[in-house]
Design a protein around this ligand. Structure first.
Ligand code: FAD
Length: 410
């Protein structure tokens, strides 16, 4: 028995390896991770770690003792090739390891943008613990930071920088923040929160050049011609799937590793999970999510399937972001235009997104109780507009009824 090899020791890969053992997998389990650290959590990197250093021990996903006890062979190294015929993974400078089943959990990398001045000192991006350590030092020295990109990471960095007293400008090419992920009312609340925090928001413009002096960044030239002075520039323009290993091995890829509803790649002996995987359904739909929930649920599912699970993967997507005192929580997926119903007040509210007369997603701003109830509800049913109106949008009551089996499962 050659066992299972998992490439990528992030949220998805660690969960898959741990779940294999929890499910009683008897063979060798090898977990290959390119980073030199013990596997760690990424979300705190743009939050506590930047704002106040965080607790390094609390970042660790699993201890060294856990991997030893569970007989998970954790190897710090990079997988550079896959020989699919021989069922072997080649590791840089460390020979090969054979597999019965291979799990690719290679994550994502910051999106590359071609920008003159990109290599100046003081230009940072944020994906890894090492990036966060470098950015933290940069923030300690900086007086003015410009964040390119009004997405989750950009806005979390802005909050952390403001907490440290740094002058912050966020540049967003579009006309609102977090536009790919949330509805317009939530974008507006997030913008109001950051403006009240002292962050300048600059919409409808984009950087064309990073200016420097003596090898260090001094400003950002915008398409409009305006120059924003900066001694630190953070590139927060999204992430792309790390699918190079899969592509070189001849697996089907397209901005991520293509997998079916069982998370199998075009080679049935290879599964892909987490940020690197694009789940394709029979109707031609494609979904690549970047969240801890998705990574861990897919990790657990991959282990279950190797252990014999036959049902396709399904998990209700949910996500959170904290930006200073603002807590944002999303559950479900709103595809295309939705009918929006807002409940709450300016400081604490939820947006109910309905499509074709059914609740498909809920976005909560400083409203964790509604978020948790909406999660319990949507895990079981997708209520109709009439049911929501009859309950006056009280999702706690609807969730209680759904859990008691009183609501028809949609
Ligand atoms: P990753 O965690 O990226 O792990 C992949 C690992 O594979 C990496 O360590 C990489 O080095 C390794 N690897 C890649 N190629 C190879 C190779 N060839 N050989 C060996 N190893 C390899 N999500 C939320 O839900 N909420 C949040 O608040 C949130 N905040 C975030 C903040 C930051 C700063 C970042 C970067 C992400 C955040 N996310 C958040 C997203 C979340 O962290 C990711 O969705 C999650 O980490 C995905 O897990 P993964 O295991 O698929 O990939």
């Amino acid at each position: 028995m050659r066992g299972v090899v998992v490439v990528g020791a992030g949220h998805a890969g660690v969960e898959a390896a741990a779940a294999l053992r929890a499910g009683g997998y008897p063979g060798p389990v090898t977990l290959v991770g390119a980073e030199r650290h013990l596997p760690y959590q990424r979300p705190p990197l743009s939050k506590e770690v930047l704002a106040d250093g965080g607790d390094p021990d609390a970042l660790v996903l699993r201890s060294e003792a856990f991997f030893a006890e569970q007989r998970i062979d954790l190897r710090h190294g990079t997988a550079v090739g896959i020989d699919r015929a021989a069922q072997e993974v080649h590791l840089a400078g460390e020979g090969s390891v054979g597999y019965d089943h291979l799990v690719l959990a290679t994550g994502a990398v910051p999106r590359r943008i071609e920008l003159p001045g990109r290599t100046l000192r003081g230009v940072a991006e944020l994906r890894t613990l090492d990036d966060a350590a470098a950015l933290r030092i940069g923030l300690a020295r900086a007086a003015r930071v410009v964040v390119l990109g009004g997405g989750f990471i950009g806005m979390e960095v802005a909050s952390a920088a403001r907490k440290r007293g740094v002058d912050v400008t966020v540049v967003e090419r579009g006309d609102r923040l977090l536009a790919r992920a949330v509805s317009a009312p939530v974008s507006a609340a997030v913008a109001a929160h950051h403006r009240a925090d002292g962050t300048r928001l600059w919409f409808g413009d984009h950087a064309t050049e990073l200016l420097g002096s003596g090898g260090h960044v001094t400003g950002v030239r915008m398409a409009s011609g305006r120059v924003l002075p900066a001694d630190l520039v953070v590139l927060g323009v999204g992430a792309t799937a790390e699918d190079g290993l899969a592509r070189r091995a001849g697996l089907a890829t397209d901005d991520g590793v293509l997998v079916d509803r069982w998370l199998a790649t075009s080679d049935p002996r290879i599964t892909a999970i987490g940020d690197c995987a694009v789940v394709c359904d029979a109707a031609g739909g494609r979904q690549r999510l970047e969240s801890v929930q998705n990574a861990t649920d897919q990790g657990r599912y991959a282990a279950a399937r190797i252990l014999g699970e036959r049902r396709p993967f399904f998990a209700l997507p949910w996500f959170w972001s904290s930006q200073g005192s603002l807590r944002l929580q999303l559950v479900g997926v709103a595809r295309g235009p939705s009918q929006l119903v807002i409940r709450g007040d300016d400081r604490r509210f939820s947006v109910f997104c309905l499509q074709d007369g059914r609740l498909t997603a809920v976005e909560s701003v400083n409203d964790p109780g509604t978020h948790m109830a909406a999660r319990r509800l949507l895990e079981r049913v997708t209520p109709t507009e009439a049911e929501l109106v009859a309950a006056d949008y009280d999702v706690r009551a609807l969730a209680r009824r759904a859990m008691a089996g009183e609501t028809a499962v949609a």
